[in-house]
Design a protein around this ligand. Sequence first.
Ligand code: SF4
Length: 322
Amino acid sequence: MSETRFKTLRDTPLEDYLTPGSPLCAGCGGQLGLRIFHKVLGRNVVFVNAAGCLTLMFVYPYAPLRSSWMYTAFASAPAGAQGIRDALDILLAKHRIEPDEDLKVVVVTGDGAAYDIGLQATSGAIQRGLDFYYFVYDNEAYGNTGFQWSSATPVGSSTTTTPSSRFSPAGSLAEKKDLFEIWRAHKPPYVATVSVAHAVDMMRKIERSMGMRGPKLFIALAPCPTGWGFDPSEAIRIAKLAVETGVWPLKEAINGETRHTYIPRALRPVEEYLKTQARFAHLFKPKKQQEIINMIQERVNEYWLRVAEAEGITIKLATEVK
Ligand code: SF4
């Protein structure tokens, strides 16, 4: 791996391009992710925003950004990014702008557009080799319309469209779509998962990707106090637990080669993560749904067992399956 300028949190760029104060919920993991992303990319950025929670930061005539922002409908962000990239390339070719005036084109999207509504358009953009960044703040549901199920919703989560009920006590039983692998199958130069609780890891990944041309994906698990049901002050602790329990692996794929950038050598039980959030509360009361908790734990264990085998290392699995 090449040398990095991000060794500790002290190396976080001081320059902030997101101004303080926004109409988003306190403790929003997505907003923090965007802040970090922008710090590393620098000022010369144009964001193309697929409809979602972060759209609410821009209530006319206010925009809390010191760069540029274009709003699009759910499925149109990759097309918007293509148009902007083409326009910039034409201006560069005609010497109407200098190379140092060029902008990085970044799609910002929630999981709704990334996993569901905009997936077809995104697939086309990756296939065309569009030179853009794609930043997903994944809060695992449609957050700004009331926390409805998306295909990023994990097993056991209650949402407003998959509530825990006598017909489905566990809430959602559908598997979360594997966006990392869907992107990787398209063979883009860079694909990564990131966490706002691992900012140094995130900044290094952004830095690494900046030397690459083509589609670059970042999926950030975005703790969502409003939808997940926890106190805003807990956002980072919960993001950390997602990594330590193995629920949210930190990894990257450069030209298709996957490596984990952090491997928890002793997984904490998934229960510790689930218990922190109201969306999983029905798994614990009025009656503990041990079968579902076991199922979630087994999926996590299976994943890390494969990683351990591939890496030739030992990972202590959480095996408190009763
Ligand atoms: S609903 Fe969740 S993702 Fe949306 S702004 Fe609020 S905290 Fe952020």
